[in-house]
Design a protein around this ligand. Structure first.
Ligand code: KG4
Ligand code: ZN
Length: 345
């Protein structure tokens, strides 16, 4: 049995997890910094890095204690080395490298996006190849996942990431950070037909996304209304969420047709990343997948938003293929999945 300790500090969650090769999460601790950043309406990188540094050691000790594990039972230490807020990434990666050196354990560098990409293999044992819709605060992409480290990009966002659009629209209507869950909650009480918002790129060929125009359209509505009342806010949230879901569904349908053509053995559409927590979106994607003859796999909510179990798992998949990272592996603020080397190359 292989047991990997995973560390994730690339954004505003300090997270530690122990995962084994039977796909069992033995223990997991996540400390959200949401309250520390809330007064600023977004993540402050310097506060994030300092908070990771203040809490990481305790979280590692706690996770080991929860699983009743000593360091001697661990086979490898995996940590996110990018992409993300670089101060935080350095805190987690340096801690992991230090622990690996001190305990004589192998270190495995993990790309945060690969963590999201492979999360459905941890939760549902999805076989390669699969089509992946990766939707988070910093990323919005459609990719064919051929193997660990082998990604073919079908489309990406031309401007904002979809989670970013949720967060900005939430701010426009006076909701707190993070905006996605707040918009989804409010949208349940709203009328999605009240405001006629654009469905960016819908009906056009290709698999790219765009959300800047949609965000501007919401801003214009808010400006026109002056101070929207509670009813109007809920209707804006519902109208915006419906427009996003329509646009994502349209682009994903194009990608699904291409995927089925290029990868006839593929059977699954996976949605991952923080925005994959959105239930309305999941409903739409279910139909897109079915129309293309694919099965939709959406990992459980706690595996969709940032977490360390997905990092431990991606590290484990790489470790199992013989991948070991040198202790001078650099941390990278930007690190597209297509630049990732295969696990055995
Ligand atoms: O993957 P994630 O936790 O962090 C990044 O790597 O970016 O994604 C965070 C993003 C935020 O923009 C947040 O607003 C969005 O995911 N999000 C949601 C929902 N839950 C989180 N967006 C829409 N609906 C949700 N339920
Ligand atoms: Zn993420």
């Amino acid at each position: 049995m292989t047991l990997v300790l995973g560390i994730e500090t690339s954004c505003d969650e300090t997270a530690v997890a122990l995962v084994d090769d039977a796909r069992k999460i033995r223990a997991e601790r996540v400390l959200s910094q949401t309250r520390e950043h809330a007064p600023y309406g977004g993540i402050v990188p310097e506060i994030a890095a300092r908070s990771h540094l203040a809490h990481l050691e305790d979280l590692v000790r706690g996770t080991l204690a929860d699983a009743a594990c000593g360091w001697e039972t661990i086979d490898a230490i995996a940590a996110t080395t990018g992409p993300g807020l670089i101060g935080g990434v350095i805190v987690g990666a340096t801690f992991a490298k230090g622990a690996a050196l001190a305990r004589g354990l192998p270190f495995v560098s993990v790309n945060h996006l690969e963590g999201h990409a492979l999360s459905a293999r941890l939760s549902d044992d999805v076989p390669f190849p699969f089509l992946l819709l990766l939707v988070s605060g910093g990323h919005c992409q459609l990719l064919a996942v051929e193997d660990v480290g082998r990604y073919r990009r079908f489309g990406t966002t031309l401007d904002d990431a979809v989670g970013e659009a949720f967060d900005k629209v939430a701010k426009l209507v006076g909701l707190g950070y993070p905006g996605g869950p707040a918009i989804e909650k409010l949208a349940r009480e709203g009328d999605a037909r009240r405001f006629d918002l654009p469905r960016p790129l819908s009906g056009r060929p290709g698999c790219d996304f765009s959300f800047a125009g949609l965000k501007t359209a919401v801003r214009q509505i808010v400006d026109r209304l002056g101070t929207p009342d509670a009813r109007a806010k809920a209707d804006i949230a519902a109208s915006f969420q419906a427009a996003v879901a329509d646009s994502l569904a349209d682009r994903t349908a194009n990608a699904a047709r291409r995927f089925v053509r290029e990868f006839p053995s593929g059977r699954h559409l996976v949605v991952a990343g923080g925005v994959a927590a959105n239930q309305a979106l999941r409903g739409r994607l279910q139909r897109v997948a079915a129309d293309a003859g694919l099965t939709l796999v959406a990992p459980p909510l706690r595996l969709c938003t940032d977490n360390a179990a997905m990092i431990a798992w991606a590290g484990l998949e790489r470790f199992a293929r013989g991948n070991r990272s040198p202790l001078d592996t650099a941390c990278r603020p930007r690190w597209p999945l297509e630049e990732l080397a295969g696990a055995t190359s």
